[in-house]
Design a protein around this ligand. Sequence first.
Ligand SMILES: [Zn+2]
Length: 390
Amino acid sequence: MPNSTAISPLTLKRMSALIAENSISSILPEYDQSNEGVINLLASWCNDLGFDVSIMPIDDQPGKFNLLATYGQGSGGLVLSGHTDTVPCNPEKWTSDPFTLTERDGKLYGLGTCDMKGFFALALEAIEQVKHQTFHQPLMILATADEECSMSGARALSKQTGPNGRYAVVGEPSSLRPVRMHKGIIMDSIRVTGRSGHSSNPALGINAMDAVHDVMGELKALRLDLAERYQDAHFAVQTPTLNLGCIHGGDNPNRICGSCELAYDLRALPGMSNDDLREEIRRRMNPIAAQNQVELSFEQLFSGVEPFAESEHSELIKEAERLTGATSVAVNYATEAPFLQSLGMETVVLGPGNIDQAHQIDEYLALDQIEPCVNIVRNLIERFCLTKQD
Ligand SMILES: [Zn+2]
């Protein structure tokens, strides 16, 4: 284990233990792991600190759990939230073992150091520093399952008990800069079913690929329409995006293509709604089905994430900006923030580490992020849990 001076031995020990627990989530069963090991570690540490801990299984996903730990009584308060899973990795390409926390060149390497199991260890460090004070509002730690593939943990929250705080911090790597906006994500597909036949006579079949050509044309027209209707200067890419991502269909040049599927990714701006967009796409596709005499079926590759925006005037955003000395920003990745916000909490994304290191070989958390992060979290606890709120 590393023995850095920038981080307390206890926090280092906790971070090492979290990294050592393989909690990869993946839509591919051969990579997918339970997150129970990480949940159990957090549960035992939170128990020792005097939290009330509840572990909540995710429906229809054996081995996947959310954890909610509450310190102090009453209403309101602060939720420190993170996901327990990581993306898969290629251990053979790493300089050191991804499951062994390793210090080199002022950085802590390991899978999940910055995205984002490391955040839990730092949040606990901040709690250690204030645990003997009087809590006027509760502090909650929320740890979710499967953020990296389905967001099923965050999605389950609306059906589970709590959290019912007033403020929520999602500790995703934001280089300790408050994030108050991101786009949504839709990943859907359209399957076109025609009828195959010998290529020598078009009347022998209905060509699904011809119809997909029209589908693509309509999606490109929608992309232009959306870009005209919606812009937001907070974002580096100021319009919604619609990417035609992959296409699979047909088998042979001399057969009429009987079936073809197109998958796309649509990222909406705050103020837009995924449901409305899906509805609009269906409406625009119906005439194509009729003209081409094909059947269309629509599939969601995952349920999607809504766009997220928190008001720049929110207490939480203002406090986060004051503590970090940084203006809040919009980012080009999605998080669990809209799920927490939909539970009625003011929500900010704010955590240690750089998103550029997430999902990368040799993922690391820079040591110089650690003390500032602990201080920011401790200050947020002082402000929202230790100070009496109206
Ligand atoms: Zn993450």
